[in-house]
Write a protein that binds this ligand. Structure first.
Ligand code: PLP
Length: 220
């Protein structure tokens, strides 16, 4: 399957209200440009160094989403241009983002990444941690940040019941926080589970391999 047919296929499956973030990690800039030329603007990368190398050679109107764990000392490298940091997994990194946003005289959009998978995952907030951070945000602690919503990753594998359950937990937290101030973005769903995620209330999916093909880490 070609990039174009993969892309059109995915687009055809997405309801109008669901945003597509094309996850381009491990794919070269010319592949990203090919998708850009087909009209895609939002791209997701999980490593800062890789993102910077691509950002500098690609068009300025690309909307870059950072979707991988962000170390505090690397926030400054992306603060000037990043469109959305989807992977805020500690209050420490949120503080740093706020500081760097101020330095860059802009507001930075973020999502709180919540751990929903039953399997052991390294990164992500518990629901209680996310609520605490959100309350501090509502008190005005992070004036240079806009918390737009939540991001989460379900367990890998075939257990549809479990995946639905995990997405359901995030959707519920999203609804709960939205009662305080309305949130815009619920980012859940990847190549293998985005349709389930949408059924569970996702309005932003992060799809990589179903568009670009399987990643070949050996070449990266
Ligand atoms: C790699 C990645 C994706 C995309 O995964 P695919 O299975 O290739 O669609 C989505 N979200 C995050 C956080 C990722 O790291």
């Amino acid at each position: 399957m070609s990039l174009q047919s993969n892309y059109q296929h995915i687009l055809s499956l997405l309801p109008e209200n669901v945003k597509l973030v094309a996850v381009s990690k491990t794919n070269p800039a010319d592949k990203i440009k090919e998708l850009y030329d087909l009209g895609q603007r939002a791209f997701g990368e999980n490593k800062v160094q890789e993102l910077l190398e691509k950002q500098i050679v690609l068009p300025n109107d690309i909307e870059w989403h950072l979707i991988g764990h962000l170390q505090t000392n690397k926030v400054k490298f992306v603060a000037g241009f990043i469109s959305m940091i989807e992977s805020v997994d500690s209050e420490k990194v949120l503080k740093e983002i706020d500081k760097e946003a101020l330095k860059n005289n802009r507001k930075i959009n973020v999502l709180l990444e919540v751990k929903i998978a039953k399997e052991e995952t390294k990164f992500g907030l518990t629901a209680d941690e996310a609520k605490d951070i959100f309350n501090n945000y509502l008190k005005g602690n992070y004036p240079n940040i806009e918390i737009k919503g939540l991001m989460g990753m379900a367990s890998f594998g075939e257990d549809e019941t479990q995946i639905r359950e995990e997405f359901g937990v995030l959707k519920q937290l999203f609804n709960e926080l939205s009662e305080q101030i309305p949130l815009e973005t619920l980012s859940m769903g990847m190549s293998g589970d985005f349709l389930l995620a949408i059924e569970s209330g996702s309005n932003s999916v992060r799809v990589g391999s179903a568009i670009f093909g399987e990643r070949n880490y050996a070449l990266n």
